[in-house]
Design a protein around this ligand. Structure first.
Ligand code: 13P
Length: 286
């Protein structure tokens, strides 16, 4: 199956009311877990590489490997730059062969976010690459594994901002802040489904929910019912992999390093298969 862009992978998701999972890979094991889970489920997938994870990777060798693995995949796959923090990083990702890029201008004034996103969209679309943007701001982060992060309601996405943003940019998907954080939560997540519905009724492009880890199956099902089309999910897979490795290391048997990475990969794969089921992802004919 060929590499596809985000617009294509989400093209039926609004009408058929499902979401496609965007899972982050920060190493070779992550790539294998994401792609083999999706092949077993026979569903399209978004394989995301976040700019904050570039430090773990030698992109010069890693990206050709990923593209080759995707080319041999039995399901459509998007190679997506997650949270590109600058215009230049997004352009670099396009030149490396990503089929989709997120420019995260969520901490900028909206006019600046629109200006940079717009400039990026012009270039990306010429290369058949999709663009995701974010307005409002989803906080938290992987750095906060112990305490978890609190949701800041003042940063929730305003439907009128979403409307202006989409009008002024030709962006392909929009990440919205509706009660999630990246990484673990302080307290119980409380997603504002009425806000998702309002934004869904205001704009017609796919909506993205970041910060999937920590939400319940019902939280996801309700968010998808309300209008979410792409769900970003990562931290829970990383935590589960580490826990599995700890369990093996503390067990009675001496094991090899590949035994550990294989067991961790299998755990991530099972979680991803479960999430695909919960998101209701449907097969996509190309
Ligand atoms: P989690 O790590 O909280 O699942 O969020 C992932 C994400 O939103 C990546 O962009």
């Amino acid at each position: 199956m060929p590499l596809v862009n985000l617009k294509k992978v989400l093209s039926e998701s609004i009408e058929k009311k499902y979401a496609v999972g965007s899972f982050n890979a920060a190493n070779y094991q992550g790539v294998e877990a994401i792609l083999s889970a999706s092949e077993e489920m026979n569903t399209p997938v978004i394989l995301s590489i976040a700019e904050v994870h570039f430090r773990y990777l030698n992109l010069k060798y890693f990206i050709p490997y990923v593209k080759n693995r995707i080319a041999q995949c039995s399901v459509p796959v998007v190679l997506h730059l997650d949270h590109g923090l600058s215009f230049d990083t997004c352009i670099k990702a396009i030149s490396m062969g990503f089929s989709s890029v997120m420019f995260d201008g969520s901490t900028l004034p909206i006019e600046k976010n629109i200006e940079i996103t717009n400039k990026l969209v012009q270039i990306a679309h010429m290369a058949n690459v999709s663009v995701e943007a974010e307005i409002g701001h989803v906080g938290g982060g992987e750095g906060n594994l112990e305490e978890g992060s609190e949701v800041d309601r003042s940063k929730f996405t305003k439907p009128e901002d979403a409307e202006i943003f989409v009008e002024k940019t030709d962006v392909d998907a929009l990440a919205i802040a509706v009660g999630t954080v990246h990484g673990p939560y302080k307290g119980t997540p409380d997603i504002d489904n009425s806000l998702i519905k309002k934004i869904r009724n205001t704009i017609s492009i796919p909506l993205v929910l970041h910060g999937g880890s920590g939400l319940s199956d019902d939280d996801f099902r309700n968010a998808v019912k309300s209008g979410i089309n792409k769900v970003n999910f990562y931290t829970a897979t990383s935590i589960a992999a580490v826990e599995k490795i700890k369990q093996i290391i503390n067990g009675p048997k001496k094991v090899s390093f590949p035994d550990l990475t294989k067991a961790a990969t299998d755990v991530i794969k099972e979680i991803i298969k479960h999430q695909i089921e919960v998101f209701g992802t449907k097969p996509l004919k190309l």
